[in-house]
Design a protein around this ligand. Sequence first.
Ligand SMILES: Nc1ncnc2c1ncn2[C@@H]1O[C@H](COP(=O)(O)OP(=O)(O)O)[C@@H](O)[C@H]1O
Ligand SMILES: [Mg+2]
Length: 250
Amino acid sequence: MNAGTVSTEYILRMEDVVKTFGGFTALHQTSLTIPGRMVFGLLGPNGAGKTTLLRLVTGLISPTAGKLTLFGGLEPGASAARAMIGYMPQSLAIYPNLSVVENMLFFGRMYGMGEGALKTRIDEVLETIELSGRRDDILANLSGGMVRRALLGTTLVHKPKLLLLDEPTAGVDPVLRIKIWETLRKLCDEGTSILITTHHISEADRCDRVVFLRSGVIIGDGTPDDLTRQYQADDLEKAFVVATKEGVAT
Ligand SMILES: Nc1ncnc2c1ncn2[C@@H]1O[C@H](COP(=O)(O)OP(=O)(O)O)[C@@H](O)[C@H]1O
Ligand SMILES: [Mg+2]
């Protein structure tokens, strides 16, 4: 990794990015700049293009047109960029027959971390996700909420600068959801930038900045307060409804 290439100017810049699958446009011409050190939310219903946008950032898929750069100028697929990203996909990409620690070792080694640094870091992450006491349990024996936390843990092992979280709280009970948000806020305070997708308005309300996404088009962008004011709504939920209606009309 070349730290010299890391810029604090922006974490992600999309310039006229389009993504099509066959004849279907999942993301229409999109331009967006996300500064670092914030919790940035992508709010939209199923099929809005949230996962597509995150996958473009990981470099797993490439734009059909336009340009997407990370950390002040890196291509998404570049190894320097990948080393700085932690990606928690929507489906549980984790090994049920391995313990919490073994899962973390697997991901840490995949990122080429040395064993000493890895062990120290795993202890730190286990504290953060509050799973120190269950570190040697195999995932198949843990509750759904604990598995979610373990999954978050595997994305944190290599100390990513940018965390991409695809609906990390889907199907999670309210208590755990609050806990996960406390963890995210702490990570952000420590300098991690977070790009999170959700279809929960209450979660979007906790973000520093939110983009409304609908049918592959950005129909709103600002702080939750800005968006509420912009649409002359009482709260973010009503702002989203108004934005959606205006999006249909245009
Ligand atoms: N690999 C793919 N091939 C074809 N269509 C896709 C593919 N990935 C996503 N899509 C389509 O693109 C649209 C946006 O999908 P997605 O990004 O998963 O939305 P979201 O995450 O907001 O639910 C959907 O209509 C989906 O069916
Ligand atoms: Mg999705």
